[in-house]
Design a protein around this ligand. Structure first.
Ligand code: SAM
Length: 235
C-alpha cells in the first residue's frame, strides 16, 4: 500500500504539479507603453548602472563558464561583464526588451538565445546549467520562490546562481517608510517591481546547499533601492 501511495505521489509531483504551475504563472503581461519605456530606460542607464554595480558584477561573474543562463536580462546591462563569444540563454518574457537585448549582444559579442518565458516556467532540462545569473529581477517576478526553485532545478549539482537584488529595508527605518510610500507608483512604472520584498529570507529558505549572501547599502538617487544583497547560491 505504501509503495502504491508513494508512486502515486511521485507521479503527481513530477507531472501534474509543474503543468499546473506553468499554466498559473507563465502569465507575464507585456505592456505596449511601459514595456518600451522600460526597455529604453534600462538601455540608456546601463552606463550609470556600471558605475553603481560594475565592481560587484565583475567579481561575481568573473569565473563564468562559456554558457550562461540569465533570468530577466532586460536590455542587456550585464553583457559587458561576459567574455566575448559567451553563449547567453536569456529568460526574458518582456518582448519589448528583446530589440535592445539583441543590440547589446551585438555590441559585446555575445551569442544570444532569447526565450520568451518567465523565470517561473523556464523551459530548460533539469540539471543542465552550470551558471545562472540575475540582477534586479527577483524584486519583479510574480512568484519569486517558484523562480528560485526553477533556477535550482536547471542547475547541475554544484552549479552556481549569482545575484544582486534590492531588498526591504529594516523595519521602522526611514528607508522602509520611503519604500512603502513609493511602492504603488514604482510597482506600476517598473512593471511589477516591489521596493520592499524580503528576497534575502526567500533565498535563505530555498534549499541551496550553500548560500553566500552579503547585505549592503548602495547609495544613489534611487533611494527606494538603497538596501541590497549580493552573492551566490550553490546547488
Ligand atoms: C528591473 S529589470 C532588470 C533588468 C536587468 N537584469 C538589469 O539588471 O538591468 C527586471 C527585468 O526582469 C524581467 N522580468 C519581469 N518578470 C519576470 C519573470 N517573471 N521572469 C523573468 N524575468 C522577468 C523584466 O522584463 C525586466 O527585464
Amino acid at each position: 500500500m505504501k509503495i502504491v501511495t508513494n508512486t502515486f505521489l511521485k507521479l503527481y509531483i513530477l507531472h501534474f504539479e509543474p503543468i499546473k504551475k506553468n499554466i498559473m504563472s507563465n502569465n507575464f503581461k507585456n505592456n505596449a507603453v511601459r514595456g518600451p519605456i522600460n526597455s529604453w530606460f534600462f538601455y540608456f542607464i546601463s552606463g550609470y548602472m556600471n558605475i553603481l554595480w560594475g565592481k560587484s558584477k565583475r567579481r561575481l561573474f568573473q569565473n563564468h563558464p562559456d554558457t550562461v543562463v540569465e533570468i530577466g536580462p532586460g536590455a542587456g546591462a550585464n553583457m559587458r561583464y561576459l567574455k566575448k563569444g559567451t553563449k547567453l540563454i536569456a529568460i526574458e518574457p518582456n518582448i519589448h526588451m528583446h530589440a535592445n537585448l539583441r543590440k547589446s549582444a551585438k555590441k559585446y559579442g555575445i551569442d544570444l538565445n532569447i526565450k520568451s518565458v518567465t523565470g517561473e516556467t523556464i523551459d530548460l532540462p533539469d540539471n543542465s546549467c552550470d551558471f545562472v545569473m540575475s540582477t534586479l529581477v527577483l524584486c519583479t517576478v510574480e512568484n519569486p520562490l517558484q523562480c528560485v526553485h526553477q533556477i535550482k532545478r536547471i542547475l547541475k549539482p554544484s552549479g552556481e546562481f549569482v545575484f544582486i537584488e534590492h531588498v526591504n529595508a529594516r523595519e521602522n527605518s526611514i528607508l522602509g517608510f520611503i519604500q512603502n510610500l513609493i511602492h504603488k507608483p514604482w510597482h506600476w512604472f517598473f512593471e511589477g517591481c516591489h521596493t520592499n520584498r524580503d528576497t534575502a529570507s526567500l533565498l535563505e529558505r530555498s534549499g541551496f546547499s550553500r548560500l553566500e549572501l552579503e547585505r549592503y547599502n548602495l547609495y544613489s538617487p534611487f533611494v527606494p533601492i538603497i538596501p541590497q544583497i549580493r552573492g551566490k547560491a550553490i546547488k
